[in-house]
Design a protein around this ligand. Structure first.
Ligand code: NDP
Length: 308
């Protein structure tokens, strides 16, 4: 029986692990299907406080893990495929093996949705990004492309015009899912060129090891056009990793955990941290802060239950 099980090993999970380990709760961290979370998919991180010259994403998240392990956190490979939160202790099925926990911190994150083109996947962190806030700064004076037709794509395209000299916003249809105001803002921005009815055929150039261009196909005319670009931002949404908790935890229409104040969920003893609940900020530092909050709440709740 574990006092605390932390589901997810990104910034939120690792921070919760550091705090609960230092509170002598010997947490178990279940790594998940993307160990290290979204930071493990980035290259340089320049906006995490405390690193004057930046830090590599995978190094930052690995350091957090080592820090948590120093205080006694245990990490386990695997993914929670089923959860029974209807009774206490809570039960989790990790790749076929059930374990029990007195409290849970759900920090399973939200995975960026990708196009899943082989070239896109190979160039992630080398010109392909799912986060303009994280990587926009690297494209000062350059040409970038944003894929998507929702509010995130509009927001990212606008944000990127602070740095890039031209932003091409590419959407697969004529109509946009984005709210009118966000779309109008993008349309009014002279640095943004909107390309509709177009899908990505290929991202170049895997052989060179970084993004040099993109081939777009117009779905109406069938014409394929090559656009030389330096950065390729995929903004087609995120998928919160909440499948095992459906119909137990309160989730919103998109599947994100609904907070019941602080780090609390609708179930006593189950806490949330990071992107699995946050679709607004989605930053490493906000996820880390949320992990700290969840750990403190879990510790207090366990104390109230007489578990030390
Ligand atoms: P959405 O699901 O709203 O939009 C995703 C977009 O990506 C759609 O235009 C969709 O196209 C497109 N898309 C999906 N899959 C593919 C694919 N395989 N190839 C090409 N295009 C694809 O996600 P968002 O992240 O934009 O927004 C999520 C939520 O967050 C929304 O509720 C949004 O309003 C909110 N939000 C609010 C903001 C704000 O108010 N400041 C900022 C950011 C997000 P199609 O339309 O054809 O399906």
């Amino acid at each position: 029986m574990r006092k605390v099980v932390i589901i997810g090993s990104g910034c939120a999970g690792n921070t919760a692990a550091i705090y609960t380990a230092r509170a002598n709760l010997s947490p178990l961290v279940v790594g998940g299907h993307e160990p290290g979370g979204q930071l493990s998919l980035t290259t340089e991180v320049e906006n995490f406080p405390g690193f004057v010259h930046g830090v590599m994403g995978p190094e930052l998240v690995e350091n957090m893990k080592l820090q948590a392990e120093r205080f006694g956190a245990e990490y386990r490979h695997g993914t929670v495929i089923e959860a029974d939160l209807r009774q206490r202790p809570f039960r989790l099925n990790i790749d076929g093996e059930w374990i029990e926990a007195r409290s849970l911190i759900v920090a399973s994150g939200a995975s960026a949705r990708w196009l899943h083109l082989p070239s896109e996947q190979k160039l992630i962190g080398h010109g392909v990004s799912s986060c303009a806030t994280c990587d926009g700064f690297f494209y000062r004076g350059k040409e970038v492309m944003v894929i998507g037709g929702g509010d995130t794509a509009m927001e990212e395209a606008n944000f990127l015009t602070k740095f890039a000299q031209r932003v091409r916003l590419v959407h697969r249809r004529e109509e946009f899912r984005a709210s009118k105001i966000m779309l109008e803002r993008a349309r009014a921005n002279p640095k943004i060129e909107i390309i509709t009815n177009s899908v990505v055929e290929d991202v170049l150039d895997v052989a060179e090891g970084h993004v040099t261009g993109v081939k777009l196909k117009n779905v109406v005319t069938g014409e394929v056009t090559l656009y030389p670009i330096d950065g390729f931002f995929v903004a087609i949404g995120h998928i919160p990793n909440t499948k095992p908790f459906v119909s137990q935890l309160d989730l919103d229409s998109e599947g994100y955990i609904v907070s019941h104040g602080g780090a609390r969920t609708n179930i006593e003893g189950v806490f949330h941290a990071g992107d699995v609940q946050d679709k607004v900020y989605r930053q490493a530092i906000t996820a880390a802060g949320a992990g700290c909050m969840a750990a403190i709440e879990a510790e207090r709740w366990l104390e109230e239950q007489g578990v030390y």
